[in-house]
Design a protein around this ligand. Structure first.
Ligand code: C2E
Ligand code: MG
Ligand code: MG
Length: 431
């Protein structure tokens, strides 16, 4: 990083004290599945007019004094705060960059533990990145420093590996968990024979020493293809996502986790303690949830922004809802939709012992495109009367027009009868 002295230490200190420095987050993904797994916090200076200044213009200046240490701790604390905002949703570990000066900082591991403990976060949710170049010249302090951090249950990564002069020989004696391969090693798009040989040997070396690997600066499909063949564990780069403000990052975490985590929770047996999690999982998993009292012909609907159509009423007469729903279906699907979800028929089904009814139809979205929507009804007896109740979960089978997903039709696992009954205990009062 060039030392660009456009800003003075005092400018940067003022920015830090006035809250103009903030953390952006760049996700890291599993190389094979493409699932988001963790993120890196990267400092940004956001001026009052909204201009975002890259660390390239102020970190080198800050690194000339202990100011960088205050910045790093500040970014670490922001990362903890971001994780706390995810307390009721799945959390991804965040790695924080610490400058070379911290290697000499007294009680670094204790300070880090105290900070993370203050936010009541498990230590493995924060990871440390230290650049390869920072290690050079600090060899004697390095080993005890890294050991103390790892003993406190934090993972340590060597950042920018391959950018400096350190050798595999040097790294082999450093007990780190993760090796982050510098983007300069991918500069020939992984198409150059020598570049491939160097990368292959680094991955083999790292894995044989039981280190996990991250490739940073991945911008092209060619690089991704090669990195997959090398068993690289994680990918970070513009191909997947750029560093982004916290708000955007939190949204991404939610979306990315919906399928994975919600399915896990739905498969768990619910008990009083997991009830909130279960309800949360259902609302994140299904864009449309309807609670119905079939006997009384009333419903209460909770729709989310990513459902195909936004024109449904949120409460009203169930029979009218079905007429409304059928009209939004593909003409060929209207009859089957209306007859399957006919109220008398549903009550009859319940009396005959049916627990769930499932139908896939094509529904016209607000954008004029038909999408496959799966509708599943779960029948539940009222807790207070003989009324027959139902929970309906609707899902877009893919966020793509029908032609593109014809081959992907699947049936979701859904919820168990017991879970449906427990949820209805809470929502029955609305119908
Ligand atoms: P780094 O820790 O190696 O972070 C990776 C840099 O690569 C980030 O630059 C990121 O935006 C950039 N990057 C990510 N994907 C791609 C890609 O696909 N292509 C390209 N060309 N670049 C990509 P950024 O955010 O400008 O940060 C630059 C460096 O500044 C960081 O490199 C790190 O050394 C330093 N830095 C950032 N935040 C902090 C901090 O809080 N403390 C300290 N001490 N240093 C920091
Ligand atoms: Mg880094
Ligand atoms: Mg790096």
């Amino acid at each position: 990083m060039a030392n660009n002295a456009e800003y003075t230490e005092s400018d940067i200190r003022t920015a830090l004290n006035s809250g103009e420095l903030t953390a952006f987050y760049q996700p890291k993904y599993d190389t094979i599945t493409g699932q988001m797994k963790s993120a890196e916090a990267l400092v940004r200076w956001v001026k009052p007019d909204g201009t975002v200044i890259s660390p390239f213009f102020f970190v080198p200046v800050a690194e000339e004094s202990d100011l960088i240490m205050d910045i790093d701790w500040y970014v670490c604390e922001l990362s903890c705060k971001t994780l706390v905002k995810q307390n009721f949703m799945p959390q991804f570990p965040i790695s924080v960059n610490f400058s070379r000066r911290h290697i000499q900082e007294a009680n670094f591991a204790e300070k880090l533990s105290a900070l993370v403990d203050k936010y009541e976060l498990p230590h493995p949710l924060i990871m440390i990145e230290i650049t390869e170049s920072a290690m050079i010249g600090n060899e004697s302090s390095l080993l005890p420093w890294i050991t103390s951090i790892r003993d406190a249950d934090f993972k340590v990564a060597i950042d920018d590996f391959g950018s400096g002069l350190s050798s595999l020989q040097f790294v082999k004696d450093i007990p780190v968990d993760i090796l982050k391969i510098d983007k300069s090693l991918l500069s020939h798009n992984c198409e150059d024979e020598k570049e491939r040989i160097v990368l292959e040997s680094i991955f083999t070396f790292a894995h044989r020493l039981h280190m996990k690997t991250v490739a940073e600066g991945v911008e092209t499909k060619e690089q991704l293809g090669f990195l997959r063949s090398c068993d690289c564990n994680r990918i970070q780069g513009y191909l997947f996502a750029k560093p982004m403000p916290e708000e955007e990052y939190l949204k991404l975490c939610m979306e990315h986790k919906v399928m994975e985590e919600a399915t896990d929770v739905l498969q768990a047996q619910s008990s009083a303690g997991t009830m909130n999690l279960l309800i949360d999982a259902i609302f994140r998993r299904y864009p449309l949830v309807i609670f119905t009292n079939l006997t009384r012909n009333s419903f209460y609907m909770m729709a989310y922004e990513n459902f195909t159509t936004t024109s449904c009423p949120s409460t009203g007469v169930f029979d009218e809802l079905i007429v409304h729903g059928a009209s939004s279906m593909h003409p060929d699907d209207r009859d089957i939709f209306a007859s399957t979800f006919n109220r008398e028929r549903l009550i009859e089904e319940y009396k005959n012992g049916t627990q769930t009814l499932r139908l896939v139809t094509r529904q016209l979205g607000d954008d004029g495109v038909y999408r496959r929507v799966e509708t599943v009804d779960y029948f539940v007896k009222s807790n207070y009367s003989d009324d027959v109740l139902a929970i309906t979960l609707c899902e877009n089978l893919a966020d793509a027009p029908i032609e593109e997903i014809e081959s992907q039709i699947r049936c979701v696992e859904g919820i168990s009868a017991q879970q449906a009954a427990e949820i209805m205990k809470i929502f029955e009062k609305y119908v």
